[in-house]
Design a protein around this ligand. Structure first.
Ligand SMILES: [Zn+2]
Length: 309
């Protein structure tokens, strides 16, 4: 849906007569159930079909379907003699570990917020000023138009809402590009966000609009990072704003609005920057299994990196 709203076509099967080509967005294979779900043209829901695989358990189809080393890719559906044949395409799966640096890979921590939409552990700040400004302008227009209450006022309101959303998406695309650029610049294997569901309860000042912006931003980053072969994972935001990223001391009194001052070691920093370092730090500490699988053990700082002890 996002893709379609950005003016590009959503993924639909393409007719290359007499067969239809499917990609991984228009087709889902459920190998354990031996079924496939296919997008159809028009507004019909997806079609679920059983895969009739050759009987022999040793059949080569199973080797591919049940292997972690292979993932299905572009496939074609043929209609022949009253039956449908699906020619499944496969490609080698990307290795999870990033080659030679299997244990000292680096991640980038990202903190999301209401004033700074995103701050990285490398101290790059992305202001939410423009998003919030557009939002306020829209709110002003809305209350005016709602008072008018006419049909044409309603139409204008819908247009403005569309404009506001388009502009917000444009800003979020720019921010997402900046985050991925930052990860590339610091040679990061992954980008770590806070878990968005958990943010909802942790950030009472983040209204639905901020929640929408966080979700959209994360989607954009995931899409762009995937192209660069960078993984995106999340960690719980618990204590990211109260914990000192330098010494680990955690206390409510450490944070006062935008400033962070550790009551134990005296470390002073922008609160969101401290939080961004904690996002990466806590991911590496808590998510030991997944971070080990990913081969990452340190996070990028503005200069150098840090390995949680
Ligand atoms: Zn401290």
């Amino acid at each position: 849906m996002e893709r379609r709203r950005n003016g590009k076509e959503a993924s639909k099967p393409r007719f290359t007569s007499p067969s239809i080509t499917y990609d991984t967005r228009s087709m889902t294979v459920f190998s354990e159930r031996e079924t496939v779900s296919l997008t159809t043209l028009g507004d019909h829901p997806r079609v679920q079909a059983n895969l009739c695989l050759p009987d022999a358990d040793e059949g080569y189809q199973y080797e591919f379907l049940n292997s972690e080393e292979w993932v299905y890719t572009e496939s074609t559906l043929h209609y022949r003699g009253g039956d449908w044949y699906l020619h499944l395409g496969f490609r080698k799966a990307k290795p999870v570990d990033t080659g030679s640096t299997t244990t000292n890979g680096t991640v980038l921590g990202v903190d999301l917020g209401v004033n700074q939409i995103a701050v990285t552990s490398t101290a790059r700040f992305f202001s939410a000023g423009e998003l919030n400004h557009t939002r306020r302008e829209f709110e002003k227009t809305r209350s005016g138009l709602q008072r008018t209450g006419t049909q044409s006022a309603h139409r204008t309101l819908e247009e403005r809402r569309g404009c506001e959303r388009r502009h917000a998406r444009h800003v979020l695309h720019t921010v997402a590009n900046g985050i991925v650029e930052e990860a590339l610049k610091y040679d990061c294997a992954g980008i770590i966000f806070e878990d968005l569901e958990a943010i909802r309860t942790q950030l009472p000042e983040a209204d639905w609009h901020s929640q929408w912006a966080f979700r959209t931003l994360k989607n954009y980053v995931e899409y762009k990072a995937d192209i660069e072969d960078i993984f995106v994972e999340t960690t719980s935001p618990r204590n990211t704003s109260r914990r000192c990223a330098d010494c680990g001391f955690t206390d409510e009194s450490n944070r006062t609005t935008n400033d962070f001052e550790c009551q134990a070691c005296g470390n002073r920093n922008h609160a969101d920057y401290n939080a961004a370092k904690n996002v990466a730090e806590l991911y590496l500490r808590r998510g030991q299994q997944s971070s080990r699988r990913r081969g990452v053990s340190q996070y990028a700082l503005k200069s150098g990196s840090r390995t949680p002890s």
